[in-house]
Design a protein around this ligand. Structure first.
Ligand code: NAG
Length: 219
């Protein structure tokens, strides 16, 4: 009897932690600056990436710097960091090395962002609203570590923590997808995404602090 109860509890816990949710038509809403509101995303594939693409959209009023996408491993807190440094400048960090990208931004407009990097060539791309920014090269031959902590809403300065309220994301974020390869330009442009590392339609996540899940208003 007790063993049966234990099994039932285990099953409930297991299926609960494995639940994947379809976020199509949904936005994550971070209403105010905090150092403790964030979402962790569990990757569908756990491997040592040698290239990647990450795509998402953001809508924010912030002019200060903020974290867009933070992927930390035990080897590097900034294994992948996509950061908006200030109005008109984004940076992409891979394995602790950062490159910056200049962009003309329209104020108060939602942005579609994709970032890619490939170990073989080191080429790093950022696409903003379907247009490629000037490419950079970094970390040729590097492989990312596995077992990432993937966090939206905060910048990790340590593995799974080290948050700074002044780098927190405030606003709306959605349609997060990630692949273990560089998505070809044609596919980045059509925006019909189905990531194999992160998939917004099959998302396993944990939410912390004040963050709301709300319908997506402007598409
Ligand atoms: C955040 O920025 C404010 C205003 O610039 C500053 O007073 C505060 O000390 C900063 N907090 C942290 C944790 O850096």
């Amino acid at each position: 009897m007790e063993i049966q109860l234990l099994w039932t509890l285990l099953l409930i816990t297991f299926s609960g932690s494995m639940a994947k949710r379809d976020f199509r038509g949904k936005a994550l809403l971070f209403p105010k600056p905090t150092a403790n509101s964030y979402v962790t995303l569990t990757p569908l594939l756990n491997k040592k990436l040698q290239s990647f693409t990450v795509c998402l959209w953001t809508y924010s009023e912030l002019s200060r710097g903020y974290s867009v996408f933070s992927y930390a491993t035990r080897a590097s807190a900034n294994e992948i960091l996509l950061f908006r440094d200030r109005v008109g400048q984004y940076s992409l960090t891979v394995g602790g090395e950062e490159v910056t990208f200049q962009v003309t931004e329209s104020p108060l407009t939602p942005v579609d962002i994709c970032a890619t990097w490939e170990s073989a060539t080191g080429v790093a791309e950022i696409w903003m609203n379907g247009k490629p920014l000037v490419r950079k090269v970094m970390k040729v031959g590097y492989a990312l570590s596995d077992n990432p902590k993937i966090i939206l809403g905060q910048d990790q300065d340590t593995y799974g923590g080290g948050f700074d309220i002044n780098q927190s994301f405030v606003g709306e974020i959605g349609n997060v997808h990630m692949w273990d390869y560089v998505l070809p330009p044609k596919l980045i442009k059509v925006k019909c995404f189905w990531g194999n590392v992160l998939n917004w339609r099959k998302l396993e996540f944990q939410k912390y602090g004040s963050m709301s899940i709300a319908p997506h208003l402007w598409v």
